[in-house]
Design a protein around this ligand. Structure first.
Ligand code: 1BO
Length: 284
């Protein structure tokens, strides 16, 4: 999706997925938030500061905590956008196990309908059956939108060719050192929304020296520059932090716009460097 100058001005701004569902462009990610008190405080702070979208997964072990925090937040469920993900062992066990795994996640979250359900990692030879299960979940009204994570074009081709159903979202590791431009071009052509996880490079952002002068010129932090770069690249992005000040910092990105030259400068930082495993060589 091409960025239109002047667009994306508020935390409530959404992208429209390929099935018409609206998904907030900024979300709050809870990967590695294992401490229940930090999770509770983090989710509630995020909602208090205007985040609408919360991204969890079965494997994070915190779906129940997310569910509790959103119920206690006072924000009506229908005003929030909740994503969770199918873990690999269920995918490997096949179609019925995938349906069962979804039931478990939904129960843990304590919600009837999941806004977005994603296959967490491609598992060789197993993804088509899992994708069929997700299609059924969506047809039955249990998930408003369905998608995948960590997919390269060949993974996407496999499930699209087998089912004719195009994922709404592909959530991938994406940051200045891994800009995934060929994947973005493929997804744009197919109408798949790309969602960036680990946008702040799992704590390595400070190593990107080029960001500081750009941040100083805008009166922003390097993290805010990167998150704004994601938005202007047409991405959905889900930064994580358990610190309220950081949660606020990460959503204070709607009052400025990166110039084209700065977008290009960030695009040029790519090193094809992953901090997470390569989906084509994972062994879990
Ligand atoms: C193993 C989990 C990676 C981020 O979702």
């Amino acid at each position: 999706m091409k960025y239109e100058k002047g667009s994306i001005r508020s935390i409530g701004d959404c992208t429209v997925l390929n099935n018409g569902v609206r998904m907030p462009r900024l979300g709050y990610g809870v990967w590695q938030v294992e401490n229940p008190k930090e999770l509770d405080a983090g989710v509630k702070a995020a909602i208090r500061h205007g985040y609408i979208s919360i991204d969890t997964a079965f494997i994070y072990g915190n779906e129940a905590g997310v569910g509790k925090a959103i119920r206690e937040s006072g924000t009506p469920r229908e005003n929030l956008f909740i994503t969770t993900k199918l873990w690999n062992d269920s995918q490997r066990k096949g179609y019925d196990a995938c349906l069962k795994a979804f039931g478990k996640s939904r129960k843990a979250l304590g919600i009837d309908v999941v806004d977005l359900y994603l296959i967490h990692w491609p598992q060789k030879g197993k993804m088509v059956e899992a994708w069929k299960a997700l299609i059924q979940l969506q047809r039955d009204g249990h998930a408003r939108a369905i998608g995948v994570c960590n997919c390269q074009p060949h993974h996407l081709e496999e499930i699209i060719q087998a089912t004719g159903v195009i994922p709404a979202v592909n959530q991938v590791e994406l940051h200045p050192w891994l800009s995934q431009k060929p994947l973005l071009a493929y997804c744009e052509k197919e109408g798949i929304q790309v969602e960036a996880y680990s946008p702040l490079m799992t704590g390595h952002l400070g190593e990107v020296a080029e960001l500081s002068p750009i941040a100083a010129r805008y009166g922003k932090t390097p993290a805010q520059i990167v998150l704004r770069w994601d938005l202007q690249n047409g991405l959905v992005v889900i930064p994580k932090s358990v610190h309220e000040a950081r949660i606020v910092e990460n959503c204070s990105i709607f009052d400025f716009e990166l110039a084209e030259a700065d977008m290009a400068a960030l695009d040029a930082l790519n090193r094809n460097r992953r901090f997470l495993p390569d989906p084509d060589t994972i062994d879990f």
